[in-house]
Write a protein that binds this ligand. Structure first.
Ligand SMILES: *Cc1c(COP(=O)(O)O)cnc(C)c1O
Length: 498
């Protein structure tokens, strides 16, 4: 069963938590109990395929889904039509202690595919189980990558419409074209004159607006979410923490019980939270290293215990991490305070009213034990891309580069010798312009369009352009809506004709 982080809603089934997306009265759903495994039980899974590990982990949390249903979801999502390698998420080693977990082999070249290729199947099944007879409207706020991944996952799924809001001028041209060229009869894409937080806040407000939801219901619609506020998004991400650990074990890179670190380039705190659940379930993790770009609200929070979003928002070369309000932190705090919803309510209210909150000493101590955090500036990010390319012939995208830089800082600061997996969250092609600038210098970009750059990058490395990014410039742009940031709700009304 699933409960609200704010103690303001009755327990619901997994299906209901996925269908609702977030708690209608505010707050997020988390599992009431977390299954915990011994090392022996985890080691027993060594040698299993990605799909088998996915079935194992997912079935633990979706107990109103049958084993056959889960197997069906897993096989429809994780196959060679959608991913370009049978491992789904391969490990790339960099020396003997450091590994990149490449999570970008799916259709849209970012790690969001891992969750969004399977989540539509969860939602369709949930609707069937709950006898939903209304049309589901998925509202998505995106800082760039979730939008396309969600559009691909949900396009042409019967009974569902999907509306994506992205910051106009806040995403790369490739990201924008990926979204605006999406076909499918049920897809809508809206550029918002504002930043990601504006998009996310408006969407959350719409979810929480009872009167508006009543109007929607009367018109035959129900809202849901494909953002990582939906448990159905987080769950599939727990899988690759187990998968990568078991791969290292199988390849004899680590011994049984040996603890490893994970470095996670972080925005909305979804990916790293999945890592925390894996640790809680018994996976031997030493530190989860939270990597931020110049929007380092999380670094400051983990260091000081005080979360303060009142600061200049910066546009960086890692736009999927340009976020000042990390939604999933609420889940993390609820978990580590032993489900203290009173505290969560107080902190979230402070955040809402004053733009900041401060955790108590006990909570801070617990955070210190498991999370390490740091950030990388723009220059540092580009120079890491350049160095790794020259030293190892391996290309990092800007987000993964933030992770690697933060890992270097962590090593210098702590001298820790645990083996470390860095989650590589996007293909370098997805952020080709910045990657090329890092390698060849800014002047090289002059007069070149994004797609010439991709071709050059492909030639330079002798690898094909990621299939999801090829020929984007030749496809027609099908979506043209531009919205002011205070008009998001009326855009929803317009699109749905109410
Ligand atoms: C979404 C995204 C992130 C941030 O992940 P969160 O789960 O929001 O913390 C990092 N890198 C890339 C490439 C992304 O698309």
């Amino acid at each position: 069963m699933y409960i609200s982080t704010r103690g303001n809603f009755s327990e619901v089934s997994a299906s209901k938590a996925i269908k609702l997306g977030m708690v209608p009265t505010g707050g997020l759903f988390v599992p009431k109990k977390i299954p915990i495994f011994s090392t022996e039980e985890i080691v027993d899974m060594q040698g299993k395929t990605y799909q088998e590990i996915a079935r194992w982990i997912i079935s633990l949390f979706l107990n109103d889904f049958s084993a056959e249903e889960i197997r069906d979801c897993v096989h429809k999502a994780y196959n060679l039509n959608n991913f370009d390698l049978p491992e789904i998420a391969p490990l790339h080693s960099m020396g003997s202690d450091t590994y990149f977990l490449e999570l970008w082999h799916g259709p849209t070249a970012a790690f969001k595919d891992i969750a969004l290729q399977i989540m539509p199947y969860f939602l369709s099944l949930a609707m069937k189980k709950l006898d939903v007879n209304k049309e589901i409207v998925i509202l998505v706020a995106t800082s760039g990558d979730t939008g396309k991944a969600a559009l691909e996952g949900f396009k042409n799924v019967p009974g569902i419409k999907i509306i994506v809001f992205y910051p106009y001028d806040g995403v790369s041209r490739v990201q924008e074209l990926q979204m605006t060229t999406t076909d499918g009869s049920n897809t809508y894409v809206v550029a918002v004159r504002g930043n990601f937080d504006d998009c996310q806040n408006s969407v959350k407000e719409i979810f929480g607006d009872e009167a508006f939801n009543k109007i929607l219901n009367e018109a035959g619609y129900e809202l849901s979410s494909a953002n990582s506020i939906n448990w159905g998004r987080l769950l599939p991400q727990i899988v690759y923490y187990f998968w990568s650990y078991l791969q290292l074990l199988k390849q004899k890179k680590i011994s049984q019980d040996e603890k490893i670190n994970f470095v996670v380039p972080t925005g909305n705190f979804g990916n790293i939270l999945a890592g925390w659940y894996a640790k809680k379930m018994g996976l031997p993790i030493h530190k989860l290293i939270c990597a931020s770009n110049e929007n380092k609200v999380l670094t400051d929070f983990f260091r000081s215990g005080s979360y303060n979003r009142k600061r200049q928002f910066r546009q960086t070369s890692s736009p999927s991490m340009d976020i000042l309000i990390s939604s999933n932190l609420e889940r993390f705090l609820f978990e580590i305070t032993g489900h203290d919803s009173e505290k969560i309510n107080r902190w979230m209210e402070d955040l809402n009213k004053t733009g900041q909150f401060e955790v108590d000493k006990v909570t801070k101590k617990y955070m210190d034990e498991i999370i390490d955090s740091d950030f990388a500036g723009e220059e540092e990010t580009l120079s890491v891309i350049r160095d790794i390319y020259h030293d190892a012939g391996y290309l990092l995208d800007t987000h993964t580069a933030v992770g690697y830089k933060v890992y270097q800082k962590f090593l210098e600061r702590t001298g820790n010798t645990s083996k470390t997996v860095i989650t590589a969250t996007a293909s370098p092609f997805k952020f080709g312009r910045s990657v090329f600038e890092a390698i060849r210098g800014k002047s090289f970009l002059e007069g070149k369009c994004e797609f010439e750059i991709l071709q050059e990058l492909s030639r330079l490395n002798n690898v094909p352009v990621h299939a999801g990014l090829l020929d984007l410039d030749k496809k027609p742009e099908l979506h043209h809506i531009i919205s002011e940031k205070n008009e998001i709700r009326s855009q929803v009304e317009k699109i749905l004709g109410i």
